[in-house]
Design a protein. Structure first.
Length: 184
């Protein structure tokens, strides 16, 4: 049986983790970006539960990500869904490439998914108070962020507007477009 790596990409509040949890109902395991960030973010929370990032913080996160991807490259029995917000920078392109290489090294089908969403729905999801408990941003600036997201060229790339889709609908749409739904 061939395993798959689905890589959900989009800005904070696009619903990456929520969609990923739906995909887990189809025998995927979740490797959410917050799983990688939280060990470091937890160590630097201030008294207001704010996080001030710096180069040393991002270096620590890079080290955690490297360890997780190394593990995933060896744990080849399961399919995984990963999540991230990647910009069109050298740093973020390197992250994307490392996930792609991990999928290839384990012989998994790699499916990058670029999520899109309307501004109105983005505001609604981004400002959900439950995000704070998971150390996720609720900053409205992400809705109007002009920083360009990563540009991907891949034969399995799926672009999906999730504005009017429930998480379950988004998950089944991804599985259908990737040709994976009949596998479960």
């Amino acid at each position: 049986m061939t395993t798959s790596i689905i890589y959900l990409l989009g800005r904070p509040g696009f619903g990456k983790k929520t969609i990923a949890l739906e995909l887990c109902k189809y025998d995927f395991r979740l490797c959410d970006n917050q799983l990688i960030n939280t060990p470091i973010f937890t160590l630097i929370l201030d008294e207001n539960n704010s996080i001030q990032t710096s180069d040393i913080v991002w270096e620590g996160i890079r080290d955690v990500r490297s360890a997780v991807l190394k593990f995933l490259s060896r744990h080849t029995e399961s399919s995984y869904v990963l999540t991230n917000n990647l910009y069109n920078t050298d740093w973020d392109r390197a992250i994307y490439s490392s996930v792609k290489r991990m999928a290839e090294s384990r012989g998994s089908k790699f499916i990058p998914v670029q999520l899109e969403i309307s501004d109105g729905e983005h505001v609604k999801r981004l400002t959900d108070p439950s995000r704070v408990a998971h150390l996720k941003s609720v900053d409205i600036k992400h809705v109007h962020d002009e920083q360009k997201l990563i540009e991907i060229e891949h034969p399995n790339l799926i672009r999906l507007d999730v504005s009017d889709l429930s998480p379950a609908q988004a998950a089944t749409e991804i599985l259908d477009r990737a040709g994976l739904r009949n596998s479960f």
